[in-house]
Design a protein around this ligand. Structure first.
Ligand SMILES: Nc1ncnc2c1ncn2[C@@H]1O[C@H](COP(=O)(O)OP(=O)(O)OP(=O)(O)O)[C@@H](O)[C@H]1O
Length: 267
């Protein structure tokens, strides 16, 4: 898998949110977007996950521009991307079903219909409920394989976020897009998710994530991209970005000196 953003700009009405952003990502790589609140991190992730179309420039997924394809063809590419949002969004069904849905949306229609019919068939009494192997594997990866039959309402915020991640992973996406996956999580849940993200990289998924946690960016990234006011200031390995940044704005940001006040950048 190869994702490329080439001089991508994105605007809403008269407001430009991203300007000439160029960034690439390969399978087995974790690229982290850092930047102040409002810099455009979520917007960049939404473009990478094909939720939005650039207003200028191009996105290429395996050298193909998805926005030059038909809606169905684009959807087929979209299914190769798993996005996890800041807030876990689970529906009212046992944990395993929540994870399983990620895999099912990726299946072609005939398989989905077969699966639906199979679920309607009466089960023998000694049959255990069908929990797919891959669903369990994904839950295992986030340390929740024992929770497969739990009601999502009974999960803590951190556990729910881990289930959301397992759902994205169970679909075996080529690209995982994670928007602040560990904000609001305690250190233990954060560590479990970071380990799961690293395992996803070991399994050759590409990972693009946004975070406000500089230590996290330093810990898990292969490359870090600093975004400021919609502009990608610099991209590089974490030790360079955090120790010897090339741009003065990056240096000020990683030192914690770059702050916003009422949407005005403080010099
Ligand atoms: N649909 C939209 N319409 C108008 N403005 C938008 C829209 N989406 C985002 N913006 C604006 O674009 C800017 C970037 O927003 P975005 O959510 O991408 O930033 P962010 O870096 O993810 O911020 P945070 O770290 O606070 O989540 C903000 O000023 C936001 O208000």
């Amino acid at each position: 898998m190869n994702l490329e953003l080439a001089d991508v700009s994105y605007g809403v009405d008269e407001t430009e949110i991203l300007t000439d952003v160029s960034l690439s990502l390969e399978s087995g790589e974790i690229v982290t977007i850092i930047g102040p609140s409002g810099a455009g991190k979520t917007t960049l992730l939404r473009l990478a996950a094909l939720f939005e179309q650039p207003t200028d420039g191009a996105i290429r997924f395996d050298r193909t521009d998805p926005w030059g394809l038909s809606r169905d063809e684009r959807l087929a590419i979209r299914r190769r991307i798993g996005m996890v949002f800041q807030q876990a969004c689970l529906f009212d069904a046992p944990v395993a079903r929540n994870v399983d849905i990620g895999r099912r949306v990726r299946r072609p229609w005939p398989q989905r219909i077969r699966g639906f019919l199979e679920r309607l068939l009466p089960r023998r009494l000694d049959d255990s409920p069908a929990v797919d192997e891959r669903t369990l594997e994904a839950l295992e990866l986030v340390g929740l394989s024992d929770a497969w039959d739990r009601d999502p309402a009974s999960l803590s915020g951190g556990e729910a976020q881990r289930v959301s991640f397992a759902r994205a992973l169970a679909a075996e996406p080529d690209l995982l897009v994670l928007d602040e996956p560990t904000s609001d999580l305690d250190p233990r849940n954060t560590a479990i998710l970071e380990r799961a993200i690293e395992r996803a990289r070991e399994h050759d998924h590409g990972v693009l994530l946004a975070t406000h946690d500089m230590h996290q960016a330093e810990r898990i990234s292969d490359r870090v991209a600093f975004l400021l006011e919609g502009e990608l200031v610099e991209v590089g390995p974490p030790d360079r970005i955090f120790e010897t940044p090339r741009d003065e704005r990056t240096a000020r940001f990683v030192r914690g000196d770059l702050l916003y006040d009422d949407n005005e950048l403080l010099a």
